[in-house]
Design a protein. Structure first.
Length: 126
């Protein structure tokens, strides 16, 4: 444990690091894998989804609980997982990309499928 300013209460360095990574990935284009609002998920097909009851009562049982973009911090040293499509989005961000990348189709959920009832491939133009 260490204090950020040397004076305040100790800070869990692992939790701080996980939060910094999580928030940086928002900046680079990622969404939470699942939201606490029922039926709201990120648009990428390879990220698991968690139902509203599980995330509310037993979030550690969610299939996306170890993903860095899970909306709740459960175990900072275990929440650094990412999916292939999340990596694709991050590496295509102009802040990260070394040079322009060609347009590629990414499978995504449509607004109609955000309720978790099904998934549809959509060309996002990225």
């Amino acid at each position: 444990m260490a204090a950020l300013d040397g004076l305040s209460a100790p800070v869990d360095v692992n939790a701080f690091a996980q939060t910094a990574v999580h928030e940086s990935l928002h900046y680079l284009g990622l969404y939470h894998t699942t939201e606490q609002s029922p039926g709201v998920f990120d648009p990428l097909l390879d990220t698991p989804m968690c139902d509203a009851t599980t995330i509310k009562f037993t979030p550690s049982a969610c299939p996306d609980a170890t993903n860095v973009m899970f909306p709740l911090q459960l175990a900072p040293n275990l929440q650094f997982g990412m999916t292939g499509e999340q990596g694709f989005v991050v590496t295509r961000n102009p802040t990260v990309a070394a040079e322009p990348t060609p347009t590629t189709t990414v499978a995504a959920r449509t607004d109609a499928d955000r309720d978790g009832s099904g998934r549809t491939d959509v060309d996002t133009g990225t």
